[in-house]
Design a protein around this ligand. Structure first.
Ligand SMILES: Cc1ncc(COP(=O)(O)O)c(C=O)c1O
Length: 437
């Protein structure tokens, strides 16, 4: 018996279909299709209602932007208050307090004892792009190391840093130079031994020409891959040895999703630069680059920025998001959600051979679907079918992975246990349907 899912029309319903017809005519095709065939009217917590009155449980969380849900009252109140006062100034024209307060808060929360500063941008890509600019300017070195399966964005530089060619790099070259890709070993795909990594680095690029290693502590689009034990600690030592900066891309894994405010806090490591976005401002466009002060102080004033960066409405939302995470103990909630997900997924692994692996940290949990547990051949088609089956039954679940054979949970941390159980029942039925055995 569904308590939260309520499907009143066939999907898409007539009102959604009408908008879809207009979309077909007016929206640029390269923007792609949507996971949901239905158009949203309202969202609350982890639930959405579409324009035809159908209600869904959403596990996509706006691709990880909605840790505090679709329309948290405190965020809405702060945003309303701000928009009635002023929408924009450009911080370099007329400064405002929320920009400074947010920088202070993020710097205080960031791991490690080194003094730090924060800079704000609009998107995740922009944060990464600026982190790289800062690293190159500080070290006066050109090269950047990234990893297999990485996703860092879609601007020219970040698209180059992103691994997957299709669709992200579709005839969009020539690409940016001095980007070098190395293996990202995980327990399920141990592509390199830690002790061999330095040799591979040296054979790929002169370490003394490397400005930064940019790593997602837990890969997002790549499939919620957690590196093998000791790898991140090893990278910290290696970067220290060669004077390379360590940049963590926490755009998907940060803001409490793993049960720690910063994903890198799951390891005892102080990165040189941390990038945040997505859930930072509850879905409003805002990203942050938090860097050691000695690094940012070595650059001249005015060399980074942008017209819209650190918008006052987004800064107010972000301050509220951080308060909500603290007041509602959402870090603990992420751990509890993660425990529930993991237990349920491991049971599915026992029952269905399609489930090859379960991995992640906290609420950032995924299942990897394989055609054969021996060869680990990606079950790409089955994953797509499961996603569609879930949509048909009122649950929106995102896939992931370079072969699109993972189901990842990006659910709002505001989801209730009952809602999560209902969503997982739908998900399990879909997996059972497409499991061969
Ligand atoms: C880890 C990671 N880095 C960077 C980005 C790019 O962020 P944006 O899409 O806001 O440019 C994303 C987006 O999904 C991401 O997951």
């Amino acid at each position: 018996m569904s308590k939260f899912i309520s499907l009143k029309t066939s999907l898409p319903g007539p009102k959604s279909q009408e908008i879809a017809n207009k979309r077909e005519k007016y929206v640029a095709k390269p923007m792609g299709s949507s996971l949901s065939p239905c158009y949203i009217a309202k969202g609350e917590g982890a639930l959405i209602t579409d324009v035809d009155g159908n209600q869904f449980i959403d596990l996509t969380g706006g691709w990880g932007c909605l840790a505090v849900g679709y329309s948290h009252k405190k965020v809405v109140t702060a945003v309303k208050d701000q928009i009635e006062k002023y929408l924009h100034t450009d911080f370099t024209a007329i400064p405002y307090k929320s920009f400074v307060e947010l920088a202070k808060k993020l710097v205080e929360l960031a791991p490690g004892s080194s003094p730090k500063t924060a800079a704000f941008f609009n998107s995740g890509s922009e944060a990464i792009e600026n982190a790289v600019k800062i690293a190159r300017a500080h070290t006066k070195r050109p090269a950047i190391i990234v990893f297999e399966n990485a996703f860092h964005g879609r601007t020219l530089l970040t698209m180059t840093m992103t691994h997957k060619a299709m669709p992200y790099k579709y005839h969009f070259g020539p690409f940016a130079s001095e980007i070098y890709r190395l293996p990202f070993p995980t327990p399920y795909h141990p592509t390199v031994k830690i002790e061999d990594f330095e040799k591979i680095l040296i054979n790929t690029v002169i370490p003394e020409s490397v400005a930064a290693i940019v790593i997602e502590p837990i890969q997002g689009e790549g499939g919620f891959n957690v590196p093998v034990e000791g790898f991140l600690e090893y990278l910290r030592e290696l970067t220290n040895k060669y004077g390379i900066l360590l940049i963590t891309d926490e755009i998907q894994s940060g803001m409490g999703r793993t049960g720690k405010f910063f994903a890198i806090e799951n390891w005892n490591i102080e990165p040189d630069i941390i990038c945040l976005a997505k859930s930072l401002a509850a879905g409003l466009p805002l990203s942050a680059v938090i860097a050691k002060k000695e690094i940012t102080n070595s650059l001249p004033g005015g060399c980074i920025g942008g017209t819209y960066v650190g918008n006052p409405v987004a800064c107010r939302a972000a301050l509220e998001v951080i308060k909500i995470i603290e007041e509602e103990n959402l870090l603990d909630r992420a751990v509890k959600i993660g425990k529930k997900l993991k237990e349920r997924f491991l049971k599915m692994k026992d029952k269905y051979s399609l489930v090859g692996d379960v991995h992640g940290i906290g609420a950032m949990m995924a299942i990897e679907l394989v055609k054969d547990r021996e060869t680990k051949k990606p079950a790409t088609e089955e994953t797509a079918q499961i996603v569609q089956e879930c949509v048909k039954n009122g649950v929106l679940v995102p896939n992931a992975g370079i072969n699109k054979n993972l189901l990842r949970m990006l659910v709002s941390l505001e989801i209730t246990d009952e809602q999560l159980d209902e969503a997982l029942d739908v998900l399990e039925k879909a997996i059972a349907k497409f499991n061969e055995n």
